[in-house]
Design a binder for this molecule. Sequence first.
Ligand SMILES: [Zn+2]
Length: 98
Amino acid sequence: MKGGDLAIMNNGSLKRGFARASIVLSCFGLVCMWIPLIFARSDWALLIILGTIAILCALMIKYLKLRCPFCGFGGLMPQWSKNDTYHCPKCGKLIHWE
Ligand SMILES: [Zn+2]
């Protein structure tokens, strides 16, 4: 899919709900993965699996839902709060976070 199609689809703006979901999921995933390492508990594999799944979900949201509406660049930093000064690192266009 080309960047132009994406811009038409979402009016050139990104949903902050998706950004927040991806931030929360990745934080949750990192905590789940670090706890067993910090306490050196190998029997907490379930936490690591849970953490991995959470991070994978966060990455999926990030790459599927948080692409630049103009050029389709998938490496944008999810913005938690309304930020109208964030520019796409690739094409330099202003990204509007709904
Ligand atoms: Zn861009």
